[in-house]
Design a protein around this ligand. Structure first.
Ligand code: AMP
Length: 279
């Protein structure tokens, strides 16, 4: 892949990378479309498909994470992707279990709260694998989804801090018609759970309505309590966190107004889902 990337670079070809963990859905494909628009018909779009063990905690769903390479490959072909980069663990982390891999990239500010608090080693895994993918594919731009809002902020910071010579492009969150954010993990939502998962979207809408109808800022603590009650009225739902914060700095705000960013993580049964929106 790196050799191919270097030959593209020598030829002056524009390259766009879309990093994914596979089990592709329309949200991923919208990122591909965005990459294609940015690099043009003569450019190259690379989709990486890699379920990165380093970003999963020991109690998380690494082994059950949905995979279907044949289907992904077909979808990529239909979407006009030029190259799928799908390495395996021994290629990405050679002799990883035997201590043969020991260099990690750690972002120490934006990654502390929210996802980073609930999943302490998650962003270290993300920044490490994304740095590796940038070095391997050497793209001029990489497209990420706003669905993972904090991830975008952390990756942008890494790119700035470590002088990666590429542009990060953010694409909007694609949703099902009823509002559920598309996610590979939605596959886990069998039977009743699918309907109950709507509580994330409803929480975002509820908070947005409250922030907009109120003539003065709404105390974040009060809104958090209200949302926790609202969420936990749903039988299979358990709130992990809900946070209100400045969209640029990710610093939590004491009061909520139009323009505040909200993010939440909710377990629906055993499945942990995240979502976010600008209020
Ligand atoms: P994943 O395969 O879940 O790691 O996601 C790969 C990329 O797709 C990340 O940049 C995600 O933010 C993005 N993505 C995932 N779901 C969506 C969605 N519903 N809409 C837009 N982008 C998404």
């Amino acid at each position: 892949m790196q050799e191919l990337a270097r030959s593209w670079q020598r030829a002056g070809v524009r390259v766009g990378l879309v990093p994914t963990m596979g089990y592709l859905h329309a949200g991923h494909l919208s990122l591909v479309e965005c990459a294609r628009q940015m690099v043009g018909p003569g450019g190259k779009v690379v989709v990486s498909i890699y379920v990165n063990p380093a970003q999963f905690g020991p109690q998380e769903d690494l082994s059950s994470y949905p995979r279907n390479f044949a289907r992904d490959a077909w979808l990529c072909r239909e979407a006009g992707v030029d190259v799928i980069f799908a390495p395996d663990d021994t290629q990405m982390y050679p002799r990883g279990d035997a201590g043969g891999f020991s260099t990690f990239v750690v972002e120490e500010g934006l990654s502390r709260g929210m996802e980073g608090k609930s999943r302490p080693t998650h962003f270290r895994g993300v920044t490490t694998v994304v740095a590796k993918l940038f070095n391997i594919v050497q793209p001029g731009l990489a497209v990420f989804g706003a669905k993972d809002y904090q991830q975008v902020a952390v990756v942008k910071r890494m790119v700035r801090d470590l002088n990666f010579p590429l542009k990060i492009v953010v694409a909007p969150t694609l949703r099902e018609v009823d509002g559920l954010a598309m996610s590979s993990r939605n596959k886990y939502l069998a039977g009743e759970l699918r309907g109950q998962a709507l509580v994330l979207w409803r929480s975002l809408e509820k908070a947005r309505a409250e922030a907009r109808k109120s003539t003065r800022p709404v105390p974040a603590a009060r809104l958090k309590k209200e949302l926790k009650r609202f969420i936990e009225r749903v039988p299979a739902a358990r709130l992990d966190y809900v946070e209100f914060f400045d969209p640029d700095t990710l610093v939590p705000v004491p009061s909520v107004t139009r323009g505040t960013q909200m993010a939440l993580a909710v377990f629906i049964g055993k499945t942990r889902l995240i979502d976010n929106a600008r209020l």
